[in-house]
Design a protein around this ligand. Structure first.
Ligand code: TYD
Length: 203
């Protein structure tokens, strides 16, 4: 089973992904956690290129293709081989991040994004995607509380994040079966219980 977590920065998806990994490990399931961009030696190097604040000159198509290159490597080096070995693979962000950030939030035609996404995943799709939904204002509020300095992509404006959030909702409503949309302002444990109930229904 291939499970992904999506949402804007500080929506809580990484916490939930880790809690799910621990839950599945406690149930003696074979499970692996990976994150995007990253997850392999090559993909982690690409991650540095992507998030480095010095790279102000990075063209948006370059950015998208780097995310895609990282994804192809992760998919073929880790995700597909583990799925073949019957692992539950949990991925923190996957191609929906590109559709939401570079497509709906950015300047690239969503149709082009979708066709590269297919190519960069060897056609693989998650079985379930949990989308933790928070407003851009909530994301900014959390960032302030955590006093977190943003990376190159996180240093964007409220209106950009609004487009990303709306984009995520559009993607989710076009694939209702795959997507589970969760109110990210709910209590962490309640969200976890809901996620576990969905997994147990599907595993
Ligand atoms: P990261 O520090 O992993 O953020 P988070 O913990 O919120 O996942 O940084 C990843 C950043 O890259 C994040 O701002 C989202 C962005 N991103 C894209 O714009 N497109 C993509 O395809 C992916 C995978 C990430």
């Amino acid at each position: 089973m291939f499970i992904t977590f999506e949402g804007i920065d500080l929506c809580g998806k990484s916490t939930q992904a880790r809690m799910l990994v621990e839950y599945l490990q406690s149930r003696k399931k074979k499970v692996i956690y990976v994150r995007e961009p990253g997850g392999t030696k090559i993909s982690e190097k690409i991650r540095h290129l992507l998030l480095d604040k010095d790279h102000v000159e990075m063209e948006y198509v370059t950015e998208f293709l780097l995310f895609s290159a990282s994804r192809y490597q992760l998919t073929n080096e880790i995700i597909i081989p583990r799925l073949k070995k019957k692992f539950v693979v949990i991925c923190d962000r996957y191609f929906d991040s590109s559709t939401a950030y570079q497509g709906f939030g950015g300047k690239i035609d969503v149709k082009d994004i979708k066709s590269v996404n297919k190519f960069a995943t060897s056609g693989l799709k998650p079985d379930i995607t949990f989308l933790l939904n928070i407003t851009p204002q909530e994301s900014f509020r959390r960032k302030k509380i955590m006093n977190k300095a943003g990376d190159r992509i996180e240093e964007k404006t409220l209106s950009y994040y609004k487009k990303v959030v709306d984009g995520y909702m559009r993607i989710a409503s076009s694939e209702k079966k795959r997507f589970k949309v969760i109110d990210g302002t709910k209590n962490v444990n309640d969200i976890h219980q809901y996620i576990v109930s969905v997994i147990n229904r599907n595993i």
